[in-house]
Design a protein around this ligand. Structure first.
Ligand code: IPE
Ligand code: IPE
Ligand code: MG
Length: 249
């Protein structure tokens, strides 16, 4: 249980406006491990269990889209051992979870610069995506080797190329057209952005897409995040007044 609304009941949450898309910056694995005198990779491994709990809770609530930030382009600068452990855990995650994700109707997609992933990790991702492609209950999107600025720059580059080739009229480039060039083309924008471990920053995550997301920061470290924490985040969201730049009704 975390915070006053941690015990919010499922039925109460479902009776109100559920976010259609929840995005989570899963942070604090290293600190969780260090606090226990364990190597950082143990925190990442424990973090995988939190992913399982969060998927279960999202399914229980009936959230349609859940996006998890697992590894940023900046995270490639971490020590080789830690990066190696994370890549190995990705493979382990796929092996351990794929059947359950399938059974639960969770369509899982990975987005980011996957070319940078080692071959074994790339094939795990391929197996995960094709193995869960028929899922219709929940879209689970996992950002790996993801950087929002890179995503935006690549979109601009593609549009500029099309324009230079005479295949696109620059006056047709608007918000909708630009969005089509992002990894997230066709997905609704996140309504709720959760960050664990208390950090008040977005760390190059979905900068375009979170323009009007409600932000919930919890001090809970990601390996300890669970059902009650997701419920508390949703309850917090439901208490917000979203204005999108308009006036209060
Ligand atoms: C989040 O936990 C997972 C990744 C970024 C891969 P961290 O590894 O950033 O943990 P802290 O922030 O150092 O505690
Ligand atoms: C953000 O966490 C990236 C992920 C959760 C994958 P970081 O730990 O990398 O972010 P900073 O360095 O604290 O901003
Ligand atoms: Mg961190």
């Amino acid at each position: 249980m975390s915070g006053a609304s941690g015990g919010a009941q499922l039925a109460d949450l479902q009776a109100r406006n559920l976010p259609r898309h929840v995005a989570v910056i899963m942070d604090g694995n290293g600190r969780w491990a260090t606090e226990r005198g364990l190597p950082r990779w143990r925190g990442h491994r424990e973090g995988m269990r939190a992913v399982r709990r969060t998927v279960e809770a999202a399914l229980e609530l009936g959230i349609e889209n859940l996006t998890l930030y697992a590894f940023s382009v900046e995270n490639w600068s971490r020590p080789e051992e830690e990066v190696g452990a994370l890549m190995h855990l990705l493979k382990e995650f796929v092996e351990r979870e794929i059947d359950e994700l399938c059974r639960q109707g969770v369509r899982t997609r990975v987005f980011g610069d996957r070319e940078r992933l080692p071959a074994a990790a790339q094939s795990s991702v391929q197996v995960l995506e094709s193995g869960t492609a028929a899922g219709t209950r929940l879209n689970l999107n996992v950002a790996i080797s993801y950087g929002s600025r890179d995503e935006i720059a690549s979109a601009a580059r593609r549009l500029a190329t099309l324009a230079a080739e005479g295949r696109l009229d620059p006056s047709d480039i608007d918000v909708a057209r630009f969005s089509e060039e992002l990894y997230t083309a066709g997905w609704p924008d996140p309504d709720l952005l959760v960050r664990t471990s208390g950090e008040m920053r977005v760390s190059n995550f979905m900068l375009w897409q979170i323009a009007y997301a409600e932000i919930h920061v919890t001090p809970v470290l990601w390996p300890e995040f669970g059902r009650d924490d997701l419920f508390a985040a949703v309850a917090d969201y439901q208490g917000r007044e979203r204005r999108f730049g308009g006036v209060t009704s």
